[in-house]
Design a protein around this ligand. Structure first.
Ligand code: MLT
Length: 332
């Protein structure tokens, strides 16, 4: 190796140390939060930070950066995977592109209640998906925010039927299952990153989007959206992930504290949802939003999504038997 080349190699090695060492050994960790402060992601993150700091006798601390300050949700998965970011809280649908088997939890109309969401995420299915995300994406799921069902909002008209949906431009995350759901419902949605969504709704680049009530409120979407359709196609799960590189670099007692704080924060998140969602729903109405129920008990929405969308994604989620297993675990 000539001198110039070896100099470059040592400079590169020194630079990588500068980038990775502080993340792995820091006393203060950084946590990206996709949503604004005040929603279910924030509750999970602040609860985790408090519990983690207590469990390490104050030796470690976590600073939260809400509102996508540390990057768009999908970018934070890449950064954590490379060890450049410690923790991130993001919607499950923004992990699926990196670890497709996680998609089993975003298949439309599979999870039908908060209780089912908790049962799946804290049981055998959750454990398997955690192992898969470590393998596929270099990040470990250590906690879950339970955010409620994603309801449809728009600025133009009340939507009760699939026919009403026609003509509306709907933003969806860059997630194949969600894109396919809207296509099955007869519209071509606009895939867009979370960070761009508020501005796109405000500037009327898109007419609508879907997210849970608590997220709609935390993100102040009521200022740019009028109508809500109370669909229940996806129960929004928002995992707390830790960079596997950062996790592995910790001493066993710190790893234990991370896992235990994640479990405690998950319990807190479940209670928070049950105690908060109804109040937020009423507040959104008081602020001028109008909620309508999908016609005919959501029958046509359910039928299209389960007959057209499910078979398209059997392969991506690891086979039809994965979905069958989830259904079985839920007693169906
Ligand atoms: C999305 O719509 O991209 C996500 O649900 C955003 C979120 O994390 O709340």
């Amino acid at each position: 190796m000539n001198i110039r080349k070896s100099l470059l190699v040592s400079m590169f090695a020194a630079a990588s140390l500068v980038v990775t060492a502080p993340a792995a050994l820091a006393a203060t960790f950084k946590m990206a939060v996709g949503d604004a402060a005040g929603g279910t992601q924030w509750e999970l993150g602040t609860s985790f930070a408090k519990s983690f700091s207590e469990k390490t006798g104050g030796k470690h601390k976590v600073d939260l950066f809400p509102n996508g300050q540390l990057g768009d949700e999908q970018d934070t998965v890449n950064n954590a995977s490379m060890g450049l970011l410690d923790f991130s809280i993001l919607a499950i649908n923004n992990i699926t592109p990196f670890s497709p088997t996680v998609g089993v939890l975003t298949m439309p109309y599979v999870i039908r209640s908060a209780e089912e969401a908790k049962k799946l995420t804290t049981g055998a299915v959750g454990k398997e998906l955690t192992a898969n995300t470590v393998r596929d994406a270099g990040v470990r799921i250590i906690g879950w925010a339970y955010s409620g069902f994603r309801v449809l909002t728009n600025s133009k008209k009340p939507v009760q039927t699939l026919n009403d949906l026609k003509g509306l431009v709907i933003r969806v995350p860059k997630n194949e299952i969600m894109i396919a759901s809207y296509q099955a419902w007869g519209v071509n949605p606009t895939p867009m990153s979370w960070a761009e969504t508020f501005t796109a709704l405000q500037q009327r680049v898109v007419d609508g989007q879907d997210n849970p009530y608590i997220t709609i409120s935390a993100m102040k979407f009521n200022e740019v959206q009028k109508y809500i359709t109370n669909i229940r196609y996806i129960f929004s799960l928002e995992p707390l992930i830790v960079s596997e590189q950062v996790f592995k670099a910790q001493k066993p007692d710190v790893q234990k504290a991370i896992l235990e704080a994640g479990e405690a924060a998950t319990e807190h998140s479940y209670k928070y949802l049950l105690e908060t969602e109804d109040r937020i729903k009423k507040e959104l109405v008081a602020k001028g939003m109008q909620i309508v129920e999908p016609a005919d008990g959501e029958k046509e929405w359910i039928e299209k999504a389960t007959t057209v969308v499910w078979p398209k994604f059997y392969k991506a989620i690891g086979g039809k038997d994965k979905l069958d297993r989830v259904q079985k675990e839920l007693g169906r």
